[in-house]
Design a protein around this ligand. Structure first.
Ligand code: ARG
Length: 425
């Protein structure tokens, strides 16, 4: 309840003022995007009870005593968006050596601000794939307990990776510092132990790295990290606890290694080849390809502290990733929206949607990647990413038809999460 009043003060939304009667909300709008069928439905009427959608009809709004009415005339509603790859505790202007000056505690406080920014941009659910000292667990819990405003979070805690790898370690300091990352785990048993530790401290899923990365010093995007044996142990351990696994992988070999090990999502998937696409299809694994971030890295990255070697790597990755996005999509691969926000400014997450359309998707497909497909990859079908009975009342609105112009999602006019209004223009 605490943040209802905060949100109300911010948006001066008097109609939802009395928390005592906040149980039933009737929401009406000009139109609703039927994301599954890729068409608009006129005059939707959504009945929400205690933050959960009860009915979805169209036409006249029912008259219910004590209910609150949210009238979004002139606007088009759709399910709250889901970003499957964010770093809420990272900031876009603290790259390279600048990162070393930021403690995990300070980063978590930035996360409080970034969580709110992300929610206000229309993202009502995120998957946070990598945060130090379980700052993401703390953020998730603070949001769920109503202390701060933010999206519903599914979190990985500290990523698990090899010595000197893209996940978990950092290679910025010379050897005399003997710096070792939080979740460095070499070998199958160490990988299992790291999964167990993360589960103990409250994560929802596991993040690992099966290749080098762009932004890590001294790693190669094409080079595998972890053996199939290690990845299989890690994934088996995670799955035995009901935790899904996301593997960062740019190079083709590391993508295939992770898929052979049975991971659930491949992050980046830049150099995915036919074998990788085939395996992803066979396993039902999802691809989370962050095809917007390259524009920020090459445009503003240098000023943000990104290392010259990383800029060099990005020049080799960005374009091929976009071509392979087109190829993987054409082959029928399951694709989810994952943006890597945090590398670039939080709140700009939706910019990737128009790139997904430019590189081969229909607007409806891009919306499914950011709603129902993402819900599927989270194991949350029917609960998020959909406007339907029994789902969380996570609803956003734009002016105009996003099926005609997907970039409308970059400026949402209305945000509701679990029946509470956070933004209303
Ligand atoms: N976090 C990722 C990495 O360091 C960013 C990759 C960004 N580049 C891209 N084209 N998607 O590897």
């Amino acid at each position: 309840m605490k943040f209802v009043s905060l949100a109300l003060a911010a948006t001066a939304l008097a109609s939802l003022g009395s928390a005592a009667h906040a149980d039933t909300v009737i929401l009406t709008a000009d139109a609703m995007v039927d994301v599954e069928r890729g068409r608009l439905v006129d005059d939707p009427v959504i009945t929400i009870v205690d933050g959960v959608i009860e009915t979805v009809t169209s036409g006249e709004a029912p008259e219910i005593d004590g209910a609150q009415y949210v009238d979004l005339s002139g606007q088009t509603i759709l399910p709250g968006l889901i970003d499957m790859h964010v770093h809420l505790t990272s900031d876009h202007d603290l790259h390279g050596y600048r990162r070393l000056s930021v403690s995990d505690e300070r980063a978590t406080i930035s996360g409080v601000v970034n969580a709110r920014t992300t929610l206000m941009a229309g993202f009502t659910t995120v998957r946070n794939v990598g945060a130090g000292s379980f700052g993401d667990v703390a953020l998730r819990d603070a949001i769920n307990e109503g202390d701060i405003a933010g999206p519903r979070m599914f979190v990985s805690g500290p990523p698990i990776g090899i010595t000197g790898g893209h996940c978990s370690d950092e290679n910025l300091l010379p050897p005399e510092y003997q710096s070792v990352g939080e979740n460095v785990a070499d070998g199958p048993w160490a990988a299992r132990a790291a999964v167990r530790k993360n589960r103990k401290y409250g994560v929802d899923m596991i993040k690992t790295c099966s290749t080098g990365g762009v932004l890590s010093k001294g790693t190669k995007v094409g080079a595998p990290q972890y053996t199939v044996e290690e990845l299989t142990a890690l994934t088996d351990e995670a799955h035995s606890h009901g935790l899904k696994v996301a593997s960062h992988a740019h190079g083709a070999e590391g993508i295939v290694n992770a898929l052979k090990a049975g991971v659930d999502t491949i992050e980046h998937a830049s150099f995915i080849d036919d074998e990788g696409i085939e395996l992803a299809l066979e396993n039902g694994a999802f691809l989370s390809m962050d095809i917007y971030v390259t524009e920020f890295i090459l445009g503003e990255g240098e000023a943000a502290g990104i290392l010259p070697e990383s800029l060099e790597k990005e020049r080799k990755v960005g374009e091929i990733q976009r071509e392979n996005f087109r190829k993987a999509h054409a082959a029928g691969a399951k694709i989810i929206l994952g943006t890597d926000a945090g590398v670039y400014p939080h709140g700009d997450n939706a910019r990737q949607l128009s790139r997904m359309v430019r590189f081969g998707m229909t607007p409806a497909e891009a919306l499914r990647a950011a709603t129902s497909n993402a819900a599927d990859a989270l194991g949350q079908i029917g609960s998020v990413g959909v406007i339907a009975p029994k789902a969380h009342a996570d609803i956003i609105a734009v002016t105009g038809n996003p099926l005609a112009d997907i970039s409308l999602l970059e400026t949402v006019s209305f945000v509701m999460k679990e029946g509470k209004v956070y933004k209303s223009n």
